[in-house]
Design a protein around this ligand. Sequence first.
Ligand SMILES: [Zn+2]
Ligand SMILES: [Zn+2]
Length: 260
Amino acid sequence: MREKLDTIPINDAFASGDECPFCYLERDAEHRAIKYTIGPGASYMEPEIRAITDRRGFCRHHLHMMHGYGNALGCALILQTYYTGVLMELERQLDSYELPPKRSLLRKKPPVAEKTDMLAWLEEKQSSCFVCDQMDENMQRYVDTFFAMLKDGEFRETVERSKGFCLHHFRILLEESANSLPNGQREWFHEKIPALMQENLLRIKEDLDWFVMKNDFRNAGKEWKNARDAVTRGMQKLQGGHPADPVFRSADYGIKIPGK
Ligand SMILES: [Zn+2]
Ligand SMILES: [Zn+2]
């Protein structure tokens, strides 16, 4: 197997003790993507990169992260040219904008709105994201490497000893297993991974139970056990991500967004 560069991040993620090694990898990929987009390397000043951000735009979540990162001037420059494109596209949409047909008064339930060009354009604007694209590319590579690493018995043992995955990444692994799981590990994967998920969801449920118990004044003197951060981990285990993470903020910029 191609050692080192590809496998190191996966091994690090499994060694981190995170509730989901793929959430750990995803956080790292996301921070790198935000830093690349708006950070001190100033990729946004390179015309070919700006052409891509002008075309792809950003999703809501990553606009919020860019806002939090702290480079207000960089954000303004990126938004400036993006807006130029949006306004040109909107003008084209308005040129061909048509009055929608009248709603029928006879039907109780209106039919699903027909997709107009304007709606399709808006959907495209909201679903496409330069940062998501970079993350997806990296995450796909991590998933492929993970499946390749399963050929190694020692790594399989690491997986078996791990805390499993969040439900979000469990779904992704199950989906991807159809394409990437080596045939030799098919039985192992489908026997061990769902059972690992059950065992670890049960562990989280017990931590949540103890968290609730601990908040009863009669149990005030008892040990916290592993329940102190049960809510944070309980949320992560369902949908992924790290709910307790602070805003990813750059130390590189003196310019602050007003109100920050
Ligand atoms: Zn995850
Ligand atoms: Zn995004």
